[in-house]
Design a protein around this ligand. Structure first.
Ligand SMILES: *Cc1c(COP(=O)(O)O)cnc(C)c1O
Length: 224
């Protein structure tokens, strides 16, 4: 299969999953995750109409954005674990950071006086702190911290489904967490969830931003 046909197939499956639950697919943004692939793949995706790109490493996002500066209207989403010392560089290159999961990152991403950066609070759906994301009982405190940061705009929540649990109950919990964040910040309506293997389930549970890699790009090259 070609890149174009994989993209078209995924888009048909997104439309079907939205129809199945009575959702308007216009409310769903499909982000193509291009990590470990060369910038040339992003250029091919752009020619196919893709505008929303996801990367999980700061250096890689920064380098690709620079290399592809001639492409108008690309939106870069940072979706990986972020170290505070890399935060300013990522802020400067990303249009949205999906993986804000601790107070320290609020401080590190804040640049008073700058145009607000779109951020999502990442929530851990597992009991393993190494998986990234704020623990559910600390959601409100973190959301309030983000709300009070003038150069950050809280857009919603992000999560990765656990490996050892079916996606559906995890995405049900996420929908509840998203509601708790909206109680603090009514405009924080994004739910970033759903990957190659579980995007239909994510759509059924309210995902607004899907992060789809291999189903569109094909297998990733080995991590360097
Ligand atoms: C790599 C990655 C994805 C995409 O995963 P696929 O299974 O290739 O669709 C989505 N979200 C995050 C946070 C990732 O790191």
């Amino acid at each position: 299969m070609t890149l174009a046909s994989r993209l078209a197939t995924v888009d048909e499956r997104i439309a079907a999953a939205a129809r199945a639950v009575g959702r308007d697919e216009a409310g769903i943004t499909r982000i193509v995750v291009t990590k470990f692939h060369p910038a040339s793949l992003v250029r091919e995706l752009y020619a196919l109409g893709v505008r929303d790109i996801g990367e999980n490493r700061g250096q890689e996002l920064i380098a690709k954005r620079k290399e592809l500066a001639d492409l108008d209207g690309l939106r870069w989403n940072f979706i990986g674990q972020l170290q505070s010392k890399k935060a300013k560089g990522v802020r400067a290159a990303a249009d949205a950071v999906h993986s804000l999961d601790r107070d320290k990152l609020v401080t590190a991403l804040e640049v008073p006086g700058e145009d607000p950066l779109d951020v999502l609070v990442q929530i851990n759906l597992t009991d393993d702190p190494a998986r990234g994301g704020v623990a559910p009982d600390a959601i409100e405190a973190l959301a309030e911290r983000v709300e009070s940061a003038e150069s950050l705009r809280l857009r919603g929540v992000m999560a990765v489904a656990p490996l050892d649990e079916p996606a559906v109950p995890a995405f049900e919990r996420l929908a509840g967490y998203a509601e708790r964040v909206r109680a603090i910040s009514p405009d924080a309506t994004w739910i970033s969830a759903g990957m190659s293997h579980d995007f239909a389930e994510a759509i059924a549970h309210g995902a607004t931003h899907l992060r789809i890699g291999s189903a569109i790009t094909g297998p990733r090259p080995p991590q360097v």
